[in-house]
Design a protein around this ligand. Structure first.
Ligand SMILES: [Zn+2]
Length: 208
């Protein structure tokens, strides 16, 4: 059974070693691997932590090892089966380059078996407004990302869910928005790039 965890603002900036170390010990993980994310479609299969590969998806079949994706509005997608897990960074470019689809295919090549997915805290369809030009460009290629032309906002979670449904992957969307999920004090519980958190990142972590 895979273990899944998403950090929020109180866990701190997951780009810092201090926050990473606390997270690793809190989750009792033997190791915890991160990646250098560049909105690519590069997938790395890793069986031990140490280096921080340049990739936007990590896959492992090693038990007790955590793999993490960093986000602040982009989608932290965690994929799991009995034999393999993956942490995937999906932004606008990731929906276009189909990194999630390619990661599922990679897991299947490792004989992962039945794969399920969780979509963590990320910007919602009401908050992700783009220019009319970009809206046209993206929705033409990925119709499932369309919302209403009046707002020119993209629904990346719907687009991603659509890609995964096509592969018969069962998807659970936590339906938490990094920008508009505000707490009682009026602050977002999550880091949001659009909300002003230009550098800090949260983590989505998964392990077997
Ligand atoms: Zn929102």
């Amino acid at each position: 059974m895979a273990r899944i965890f998403f950090t929020s603002r109180p866990f701190g900036d997951m780009k810092t070693p201090k926050a990473r170390n606390s997270l690793q010990s809190a989750l009792c993980l033997q190791s915890l691997a991160f990646m250098e994310q560049t909105h690519s479609d590069v997938i790395e299969v890793i069986q031990g932590a140490g280096s921080e590969p340049s990739a936007d998806a990590l896959v492992t079949t090693t038990r007790g090892m955590g793999i993490a994706v960093l986000v602040a509005d982009c989608i932290p997608l965690l994929l799991f089966s009995e034999k393999a897990v993956a942490a995937v960074h999906v932004g606008r470019k990731g929906v276009l380059n189909k990194i999630a689809v390619k990661t599922v295919e990679k897991m299947r090549s490792l004989e992962a078996g039945k794969i399920s997915a969780v979509i963590g805290p990320s910007i919602c369809r009401n908050c992700y407004e783009v220019s009319p030009e970009m809206y046209e460009q993206i929705t033409q290629v990925v119709p499932a990302s369309a919302t209403t032309k009046k707002l020119h906002a993209l629904d990346l979670k719907a687009a991603l869910s659509d890609q995964l449904a096509y592969l018969s992957v069962k998807v659970k969307d936590l339906q938490l928005c990094t920008l508009c999920s505000v707490n009682q004090s009026g602050k977002s519980d999550y880091f949001s790039y659009r909300g002003g958190d230009k550098s800090a990142r949260m983590a989505g972590v998964i392990s077997l």
